[in-house]
Every structure is written in structure tokens, then in C-alpha cells.
Design a protein. Structure first.
Length: 129
């Protein structure tokens, strides 16, 4: 038989995932922020739900800022706020954003400390007129 030519993940330069007992998830050492992306759902004519999950460095309460804009560059918010997340809700954030215009596209983003989520896009439904 020939020599073992297998290469470990570390030798390939891939991140080493470890189970974090405190946050109950796998992640590479030092990875924090919005590792699960963003989502929007249940659109109505003047509202939509936006969601994300924070991966924090420690088990504590964390204030997450959210904003919804008509521009993808996230300037000129039409709605924004702060919500507290913690281990009781698995560090998830879900906001029912109201007061939006019917049949309009919006961009949304979450931030915590110096970390920002990706910019998500959503659309409200027609008002049926």
C-alpha cells in the first residue's frame, strides 16, 4: 500500500469547527456576528416580518439594531429600532415591521456591536385596489 495522502482541514486552511456548549452551536474559533443570514416572511400590504440570528461571543443579553430602507445602500431608513436577544430565544431576532407602503421593495439589515448582517430584500403585497 502507498503512503497516506489525506490532508486535514487545518492543513487545507479550512476553519476548524468546534461545538460551543454555551451557545449550543458549531462555529469556527472566534466567529461571531450574523452567521445565519437574514430572512423575511409573511408580507402584508403594509408590513413584513424580518428575522436573523446573532452568534455572540458570550451568553448574555445583546441589543440588536434593525433598519428597513427603500434603498439597498441602507441610507434613509423608513423604519428602525432596537431589540434585545438572549439565550432564551436562541439569540434570534424577529421584528414585525409595520407602516410600510403597499407593493414596494425594501432592503433591511441588522447590526450589533461592529458587526452587520448581509442586506436582505423584501417586498410588501399589493393593497388589492
Amino acid at each position: 500500500m502507498g503512503a497516506d495522502t489525506r490532508v486535514s482541514e487545518a492543513e487545507q486552511g479550512l476553519p476548524q469547527l468546534k461545538f460551543n456548549k454555551r451557545n449550543h452551536c458549531f462555529r469556527a474559533d472566534g466567529e461571531i456576528g450574523f452567521l445565519h443570514g437574514v430572512a423575511s416572511f409573511d408580507p402584508q400590504a403594509t408590513s413584513v416580518l424580518i428575522w436573523t440570528r446573532l452568534t455572540p461571543p458570550e451568553n448574555a443579553d445583546h441589543e440588536v439594531t434593525w433598519k428597513v430602507c427603500t434603498r439597498k445602500d441602507m441610507l434613509e431608513p423608513v423604519a428602525s429600532g432596537i431589540i434585545v436577544t438572549n439565550a432564551k430565544c436562541d439569540y434570534t431576532v424577529c421584528m414585525d415591521v409595520t407602516g410600510l407602503a403597499p407593493y414596494k421593495q425594501y432592503a433591511y439589515q441588522f447590526s450589533w456591536s461592529k458587526h452587520k448582517s448581509i442586506v436582505g430584500q423584501t417586498r410588501t403585497l399589493s393593497d388589492g385596489r
